[in-house]
Design a protein around this ligand. Structure first.
Ligand SMILES: CC1=C(CCC(=O)O)c2cc3nc(cc4[nH]c(cc5[nH]c(cc1n2)c(C)c5CCC(=O)O)c(CCC(=O)O)c4C)C(CCC(=O)O)=C3C
Ligand SMILES: [Fe+2]
Length: 365
């Protein structure tokens, strides 16, 4: 075993969490939405999405599969670093996982949040959550660092490319002539604006990935692919502006413009959780079928070896930097590596208000 992960004693995979059974659905949704002004009707509707799958989100087993894949890749490279898992909104909660890790002697932990892109929801909210866990644990709290956003990690991009090609190959005539619809989670315009204050914003991060993937597809298939970025899963007050176009409206518009085949690439999500399993596989594919568009949904990066290998590269690189060694982060696209520590003032707004909660890895800004 090598010391390549020092100074870290463990890796925490920190995710959203999801219900495991029908009776978990309402308490889970309460955890997610407390204080967020989401209308009752929207909650009832989202509850139905979960009940359609027996009240069980696939997200927990997908995170466990990622934990296993990371453990296997670390072991293959003979890197000694235990991997543990904790969530923001459902068991196992981060605070409980950190308490255990601390009891087993972990003094310094590197955290991988399961969101590839930086915004309030994907970055600052996790940092607030980790700060609250540290406060709760008091002097038993380990020291916690967070891995930078990985949207432009070459492994993440390569895994998405492979998934698009696999899906495209199943269309009649293959991927040739397909329009690639890249999809991510919609966020309020105010959250988008706040994500762009200290660096490239949420939308711009996705546009960078789209450009990289489209260039790679053109090079590999000798053809320029038409493409676009669309959004799913909007919630909140319908009067509040969120990023558009909605993927369903967009597919309808593409059909009206004469597009007959599409590949839907969910670059905003790392596994086939509820947003993918319902909002894309049920709703968006239904919309495409209604409008006579041949559509296929590309896989998420999941536990693809390119993705998992890229994450382990990032972990090793961060550990080396913390040991004071010189490193040269490798990224795809034009935006470069995001800083290890989120800049003060980044991603402050949720829905037009500054939350003012303490955050980890930065001043209370
Ligand atoms: C950017 C983003 C990601 C991607 C980054 C990341 O992966 O973190 C993401 C992921 C996820 N979102 C998830 C679930 C939910 N998100 C909700 C609500 C919201 N999401 C938002 C944004 C995001 N969400 C926002 C701005 C809201 C409005 C309320 C608020 O300001 O926070 C609601 C409430 C009901 C509703 O309104 O839909 C639910 C149930 C699950 C679990 C799925 C499963 O169980 O399989 C996952 C992975
Ligand atoms: Fe969400």
């Amino acid at each position: 075993m090598t010391e390549k992960a020092l100074p870290y004693d463990a890796l925490l995979l920190c995710s959203f969490g999801g219900p495991n059974a029908a009776e978990d659905v309402i308490p889970f949704l309460r955890n997610v939405t407390t204080g967020k002004g989401i209308p009752e009707e929207r909650l009832a509707e989202v509850g139905q999405h979960y009940h359609r799958f027996g009240g069980r989100s696939p997200i927990n087993e997908q995170n466990l599969a990622l934990v296993t894949a990371l453990q296997e890749e670390l072991a293959r490279r003979e890197i000694s670093l235990p991997v543990v898992w904790g969530n923001r909104n459902w068991h196992p909660y981060t605070v409980d996982t950190l308490r255990d890790a601390s009891a087993f002697g972990a003094g310094r932990i590197l955290t991988l949040v399961t969101s590839a892109y930086a915004s309030y929801s994907g970055s600052r909210q996790y940092r607030e959550h980790l700060a609250a866990a540290v406060t709760e644990l008091g002097d038993r709290a380990p020291e916690i660092d967070i891995l930078r956003p990985f949207f432009n990690d070459p492994g993440f991009v390569a895994a998405n490319l492979a998934a698009i090609e696999e899906a495209g190959a199943t269309l009649e005539g293959g991927i040739a002539g397909a329009h690639i619809v890249y999809v991510t989670h919609s966020i309020p315009d105010t959250m988008q604006d706040a994500s762009a204050v200290t660096g490239p914003g949420y939308r711009e991060q996705h546009e960078d990935v789209r450009a990289t993937l489209n260039a790679a597809l053109a090079e590999r298939h000798g053809e320029q692919f038409a493409s676009s970025l669309a959004y799913c899963s909007r919630s909140g007050n319908p009067a509040t502006p969120w990023l558009e176009p909605d993927v369903n409206d967009h597919i309808e518009a593409l059909a009206a413009a004469g597009v007959t085949k599409i590949v839907i690439s969910p670059i905003g999500f790392i596994s086939d959780h509820m947003e993918v399993a319902f909002d894309l596989d049920v709703e968006a594919l239904e919309t495409a079928a209604e409008h006579g568009v041949a559509a296929v949904r590309a896989g998420t990066v999941g536990t693809r070896p390119e993705f998992v290998g890229g994450l382990v590269d990032m972990i090793v690189e961060r550990a080396a930097r913390e040991r004071g060694e010189a490193t040269a982060p490798v990224t795809a696209g034009e935006l470069g590596a995001f800083p290890d520590v989120a800049p003060p003032g980044s991603c402050r707004m949720r829905h037009g208000e500054v939350t003012g909660h303490p955050v980890l890895a930065g001043p209370h800004d």
